[in-house]
Design a protein around this ligand. Structure first.
Ligand code: LLP
Length: 433
């Protein structure tokens, strides 16, 4: 596997550029993405499925930066989108509409209309009422919407509870046993063309047996539907492929490809996958500067300028991202056991306990690994800190692909209503009176 982040002469690099140089140029917190690491993951997926690779629709939610989507679009990626905004991003980044699938439990009428007008590849439909709504809108536009039902196969993925999606009781998809009747209904509705079966059972999954159980159910359904005269020609098997965050072994892509090959043998069908995290997570780090060292009788804290506002995963899922000092420790340097926290005013703003790090001083830099997916996209303005900026590295080239949003810019979108202005004048508040 291509390793984009490595130490050279005691300094952590991304491809050909030292992270310290990037921090000097662009400030911190800073997301740094390696274009070549993204390309490497893309080629690894494609190679596993050679000679006949499926369509990989990059799950834009993982990292929706236009430059990231463009990097993948240039390689031939499609896009999996879950909102009108993601659809707009995918199109703006150059993904052809005919390579876009649209999922999500809350597609609005306006979003459905927009996707129909764009002529996307497929709607992944999450409920019977959504099916009816898409049919009505398509009909009104004089179109037929290509649809797949997102089926819930009742498979519990071995992953974090908050990112498992394929269990009975999760809000996603329709129960797989209800699917045949719904496909027959869809086939009768003039605005719809049932073309595929879709599922996605969760994210950050390593167990191939989870995929196998879910895929086998979708494939059995596709066969049964064909038996009923419904021309299913596409299987969209979702994403969810795991990545190492803190030293876990890598995902078995070859094993996945082999099991897919075995399951679809003899079934003439187009395959689609929706990898998000797998393509971009390892290609990104979050560079942050030490603000403060704080020791209490109980614990030692390293306080960073990035917190849950910049990288939410540890606070939300208890995720642990490996953390590297940007300047490598000397060979026999003593490491200190430290809690690493952000500046945000709540106790959940903690990246983790007991990181082993060299003695760092304010201004020193650290980098959270595996931050390319579900990092910046989940960042917020909480506590009114400047947002992280994002840079893309390609060999010796570095480009700012998203500028930092300073509090002034955040405030610029807000308005004080006129009647509150008036009461300020009346009370003299703010005038020093
Ligand atoms: N397809 C659908 C329909 C999805 O809902 C998702 C992710 C994907 C594909 C892509 O899954 P991936 O290949 O990235 O695992 N914020 C969480 C992850 C939420 C995933 C939501 N759906 C996290 O930070 O772990």
């Amino acid at each position: 596997m291509y390793e984009a982040f490595f130490y050279r002469e005691g300094e952590l690099f991304c491809e050909e550029i030292a992270l310290s140089e990037l921090a000097r140029r662009f400030g911190t917190p800073l997301y740094v993405y390696s274009a070549n690491a993204i390309r490497d993951r893309w080629h690894a997926l494609r190679a596993a499925f050679a000679p006949d690779p499926p369509l990989f629709c990059y799950a834009v939610k993982a990292n929706h930066n236009l430059a990231v989507i463009r990097t993948l679009a240039l390689l031939g990626a499609g896009a999996d989108v879950v909102s009108g905004g993601e659809l707009a991003r995918a199109r703006a980044a150059g993904v052809p509409a005919r390579k876009i699938v649209f999922a999500g439990v809350g597609k609005t009428d306006a979003e459905i209309r927009r996707a129909l007008e764009e002529d996307i590849l497929q709607f992944n439909v999450e409920s019977e009422s959504e099916l009816e709504r898409i049919a009505a809108i398509a009909r009104a536009l004089g179109r037929r919407a290509p649809i797949a039902l997102r089926v819930n196969p009742d498979v519990a993925a071995a992953t974090h509870d908050k990112i498992a999606t394929g269990r009975r009781g999760d809000k996603f998809g329709v129960p797989i046993e209800d699917a045949p009747a719904l496909y027959e209904k869809a086939a009768r509705l003039p605005g719809l063309e049932p073309v595929g079966v879709h599922l996605h059972v969760g994210s950050q999954i390593f167990e191939l047996s989870t995929f196998e159980r879910a895929y086998a159910r979708a494939i059995a359904l596709a066969r049964a539907l064909r038996g009923r005269g419904i021309a299913i020609r596409r299987l969209d098997l979702g994403g969810g492929f795991g990545v190492p965050y803190d030293g876990e072994p890598p995902f078995d892509v070859a094993g996945l490809a082999a099991l897919v090959r075995r399951l679809v043998a003899g079934l003439d069908v187009e395959l689609v996958f929706e990898p998000g995290r797998f393509l971009v997570a390892e290609a990104g780090v979050l560079v942050s500067a030490v603000v403060e060292l704080k020791e209490t009788r109980e614990r030692r804290f390293l306080v960073l300028d990035a917190g849950m506002n910049a990288l939410l995963r540890p606070a939300l899922y208890g995720a642990r991202h490996a953390l590297l000092p940007v300047r490598a420790p000397a060979p026999h340097e003593t490491l200190l056991v430290t809690d690493v926290v952000g500046p945000i005013c709540e106790s959940s703003d903690r990246f983790g306990r007991d990181y082993a790090l060299p003695r760092l001083r304010p201004g020193d830099l650290v980098a959270f690994r595996t931050a390319g997916a579900y990092g910046m996209v989940m960042a917020s303005d909480y506590n009114s800190r400047p947002s992280p900026a994002e840079v893309l590295i390609d060999g010796r080239k570095a480009a700012l692909v998203r500028a930092r949003r300073e509090p002034e810019e955040q405030m610029a979108q807000e308005r004080i209503p006129e009647w509150l202005e008036r009461s300020v004048r009346a009370t003299g508040c703010g005038s020093g009176a």
